[in-house]
Write a protein that binds this ligand. Structure first.
Ligand SMILES: [Zn+2]
Length: 322
């Protein structure tokens, strides 16, 4: 599995490109820099359509940095950055709180959890998994109460989301001694916001790897084999489909449940599924219906056919004449 970040830094985390649930803000930032005039260390914050330079520490009472406050924006700055002062409430939060601007949000499909990457004035971003749909925080400043594990927007102090854990904490924050939310594994955070399609693709990748390494053995379940089939082509797919069909036949003869035959048919080409239908009719009382969607399979109790496992083993379903 690809590591969450490659060299231990939180800035590596940018989510998975192309994911439909991933959003990135281009007009929010919160970074430590040096004042262009006096070279002192300042925090530059951009959110809410405005920007401001703050003297450390990053938080209330939000001391505006003198030089930049007096300075008339030059043409270049005026073109890129509004001189409007963003909203920074001085009476909200205390010195133990963390502040930052959300620059990446990745929301779970059911909107029950969101992974937020937050610029907190450090080289690395703070990455937290929160309960609830929090993509509306993108590009906005948030306050984090680490002791209570709660995340607030600055607009409405009554609204907060529970922090389920921090997947990435910048080393300087750890060293600051401020209370921080508990750590969770990066893999858990990543899984929490994976789309169903991505989860499906990852399972298929794992099954394909297992098949390439170990081939087919008794341990494969019918469900796993059917999923594996989606990643196979040609003779290899026929070979695995034959094993799957036999497993389904044996299972059906023992339990009367043949529903997996319909799922198998759905993974096959039209030609192969037509031959599967004939093969099943030849060696079992299973009736596969391909004329309805989704396909169905049931054991026909009135059929005079019985399960002929041994004969079925000697006949390739994909070789059955149409
Ligand atoms: Zn200055």
């Amino acid at each position: 599995m690809r590591p969450f970040h490659t060299n231990g830094g939180c800035s590596e985390y940018t989510g998975r490109a192309g994911s439909p649930t991933l959003r990135t803000s281009s007009d929010g930032e919160c970074r430590k820099t040096n004042c262009p005039d006096c070279r002192q260390e300042v925090y530059f914050i951009r959110h809410n359509g405005g920007s401001v330079w703050i003297d450390p520490p990053l938080g209330p009472p939000w001391g505006l940095h003198g030089c930049m406050d007096r300075r008339v924006p030059n043409e270049e700055r005026r073109a890129s950055i509004s001189s409007k002062k963003p909203f920074l409430p001085t009476n909200f939060g205390d010195t133990d709180d963390l502040f930052g601007v959300v620059v990446v949000s990745e929301i779970r499909e059911d909107r029950s959890q969101t992974l937020l990457s937050i610029e907190v004035g450090e080289k690395e971003k703070l990455v937290v998994l929160v309960g609830g749909g929090a993509d509306s925080f993108l590009g906005k400043m948030v306050r984090i109460d680490g002791a209570k594990a709660q995340l607030y927007g600055l607009d409405d102090r009554r609204l907060f989301l529970p922090i389920l854990g921090a997947a990435c904490i910048p080393p300087n924050l750890k060293a600051s001694g401020k209370p921080l939310p508990g750590k969770i594994k990066a893999s858990r955070a990543k899984r929490a916001v994976q789309t169903n399609a991505e989860k499906q693709a990852e399972r298929t990748r794992k099954l394909t790897g297992r098949y390439q390494q170990h081939g087919l053995d008794e341990a494969w379940t019918v469900g796993q084999l059917i999923q594996l089939l989606g990643a196979l082509r040609g003779a290899e797919k026929d070979h695995v489909a034959q094993s799957t069909a036999l497993k389904i036949l044996k299972h059906a003869s023992e339990t009367g449940d043949c529903s997996a035959a319909a799922a198998l048919a759905a993974e096959l080409s039209a030609d192969r599924r037509a031959r599967l239908k004939i093969w099943l009719a030849e060696f079992s009382p299973i009736k596969l219906r391909l004329d309805i969607h989704p396909f169905t399979a049931r054991v026909n109790k009135h059929s005079d056919k019985s399960f002929e496992i041994a004969n079925a083993q000697n006949a390739l379903f994909y070789g059955m004449p149409l």
